[in-house]
Design a protein around this ligand. Structure first.
Ligand code: ATP
Length: 206
């Protein structure tokens, strides 16, 4: 594969929905959130390091990471947050690099790296082009509230803590406006698929 597209956007912008729409065109993807979970599974060195630093309180009875307990520790303490990122980020990046290399050796026309923190984490350096999924803030807040069982004030607070919309847009190579329904989204993805196939030097899908 000559081409890897990095897909990002704020909470509930539609990243997973968009990835599924590309999958209908035969496009594979890797989700950075899934990989972030993998690197702290039992048996992984990152989980061992975390358990050594914080002890039993960050483990569930079955030995898996208690994400909520860990979140509470690092939420309250920037230094601990940096320590945790120092342990997990290099491993996430290494694993993403492996997955993307496998895509590059595969025979799909192009592939996606879906990552909520594509720019913030520096993962944009792993891709050839970036696609930002954009929605107006009011719609983003509505979709967050209805999907995640939070109220609109909580959804608003989450959005406010993320990279500002205009900054994300300024960094995008391509923008997918997801202020539309599922059918509209499918059409926009089909347009992008044609462009990406052309960029990859391949004929359009038959
Ligand atoms: P997160 O990063 O927070 O996990 P996401 O960016 O992957 O979210 P999705 O889960 O794909 O976002 O979408 C958020 C919600 O909005 C979902 O409930 C999804 O069904 C809905 N949604 C996304 N796009 C559309 C659309 N074009 N029309 C209607 N609903 C949509």
């Amino acid at each position: 594969i000559p081409l890897i597209i990095g897909v990002t956007g704020g909470i509930a912008s539609g990243k997973s929905t968009v990835a599924r729409a590309f999958a209908r065109h035969g496009i594979p993807w890797v989700d950075a959130d899934d990989v972030a979970r993998e690197v702290v599974e039992p048996g992984e060195p990152a989980l061992a390091a975390i358990a050594e630093r914080y002890g039993e309180r960050v483990l569930q009875p079955d030995g898996r990471l208690d994400r909520r307990a860990l979140r509470e520790i690092v939420f309250a303490d920037a230094e601990e947050r940096r320590w945790l990122e120092g342990v997990t980020h290099p491993r996430i990046r290494e694993r993403l690099t492996e997955r993307l290399a496998a895509f590059r050796d595969g025979d799909a026309p192009y592939a996606l790296l879906v990552s909520p923190l594509l720019f913030e984490s520096g993962q944009h350096a792993l891709v050839d082009r970036t696609l930002v999924i954009d929605v107006p803030e009011a719609l983003q807040i509505r979709r967050t509230a209805s999907r995640d069982d939070v109220d609109e004030a909580q959804a608003q607070a989450i959005v406010a803590a993320q990279m500002p919309r205009r900054e994300r847009l300024a960094r995008a190579d391509d923008v997918l406006d997801n202020d539309t329904d599922e059918a509209g989204l499918a059409e926009r993805v089909a347009d992008l698929d044609r462009r990406y196939r052309a960029l990859a030097g391949l004929p359009p899908e038959r």
